[in-house]
Design a binder for this molecule. Structure first.
Ligand SMILES: O=P(O)(O)OC[C@H]1O[C@H](OP(=O)(O)O)[C@H](O)[C@@H]1O
Length: 309
């Protein structure tokens, strides 16, 4: 396979969700870009930059909602070099830095977030978030007697990944269907979820159904904690843009043969929803725990206001 085929393979894996999770797709995109630029050594600088932008676009266009993806690509591709060798060197270093920081961030989030988990807590989580699970696992490692209620997370049932992971870690876990969230909330002490994007006003964009957990938690007066690396804050929201919600294929929800028999039925399959800041108590990042009202500060201090994607 040539380098462009390799890049397209990664893009396809992100699109089909063979590689998934906002953090994982960011790391995969950064690594794919690093590998791709190595193949551009013999090009003149102007052509190099064109190819770089083309490759970046292929990766960014795979999934629209998780800002981790364009942030990772923007942080990886930026360079100030005037010759191709230096540009490749800068991009390689950018990728290495991004990937290392992303891996270390999970551990730091786990440590900071575990401070919020108490002995005996029952934690509800949604979908499958590596950042959220890092907090839960760390609390368990600290010897806290915790258990988890995990939602199925239709339609792709990432909850099954979560229950397997928690089972293998030895954490007592209960699986519920998504529609059981409100009824079950009275058994819960706090909610811990991940993030695909966080906007400048502190709103959370995460797997469809997250807002349902947050609203039920508020009604039951339970805290909602979001686990999010700083690269999941959305710079474009500073410009007033909304985060695009990905619409996925109908066959994730219903068999396409059955749907063909139902000419008056259509399917809507939004993959994410928006939880307003007022439903969120705390965002745990690798640089500390913040109320959602501090989203602007995180964007300014850790991504930079000049960051454009
Ligand atoms: O980065 P981590 O914490 O792993 O995941 C963050 C979020 O990414 C996932 O999206 P999807 O399953 O790829 O659509 C879920 O919405 C999850 O909460």
């Amino acid at each position: 396979m040539n380098a462009m085929e390799d890049l397209n393979t990664t893009a396809e894996k992100i699109k089909t969700m063979e590689i998934r999770g906002a953090g994982r797709i960011a790391v995969a995109a950064s690594a794919a870009l690093r590998a791709y630029v190595m193949s551009l050594k013999s090009l003149p600088m102007s052509e190099f930059n064109v190819k770089l932008e083309e490759a970046a676009k292929i990766l960014v266009d795979t999934r629209p909602t998780a800002v981790s993806l364009p942030n990772a690509v923007a942080l990886t591709k930026r360079h100030s070099a005037t010759n191709v060798y230096d540009a490749i060197d800068e991009i390689t270093k950018n990728a290495e830095k991004f990937i290392t920081n992303a891996e270390q961030a999970l551990g730091k989030i786990g440590k900071i977030g575990a401070e919020r988990i108490h002995d005996g807590d029952v934690i509800m989580t949604h979908c499958n978030s590596h950042a959220a699970l890092s907090i839960i696992k760390k609390a368990f490692d600290q010897g806290k007697d915790i258990s988890v209620i995990a939602t199925e997370s239709r339609p792709r049932r990432q909850g099954f990944i979560t229950i397997r992971e928690l089972n293998d870690y030895g954490i007592p876990t209960t699986l519920i269907v998504d529609s059981a969230v409100r009824l079950t909330m009275k058994e819960v002490d706090l909610v811990v979820v991940g993030a695909d994007s966080i906007s400048v006003n502190g709103a959370l964009i995460n797997k469809i159904g997250t807002s349902q957990l947050a609203m039920a938690a508020q009604e039951a007066r339970r805290n909602v904690i979001v686990a999010a690396e700083t690269y999941k804050f959305s710079p474009r929201t500073l410009l007033g843009e909304m985060v695009e919600i990905e619409d996925r294929a109908s066959d994730e929800v219903i068999d396409s043969e059955i749907l063909k028999e139902l000419p008056n039925v259509k399917v809507k399959n939004p993959a994410f929803d928006v939880t307003p800041a007022e439903y969120i108590d705390l965002i745990i990042t690798e640089v500390g725990a913040f109320p959602p009202a501090m989203a602007f500060t995180i964007l300014r201090d850790y991504l930079g206001l000049e960051m454009q994607i």
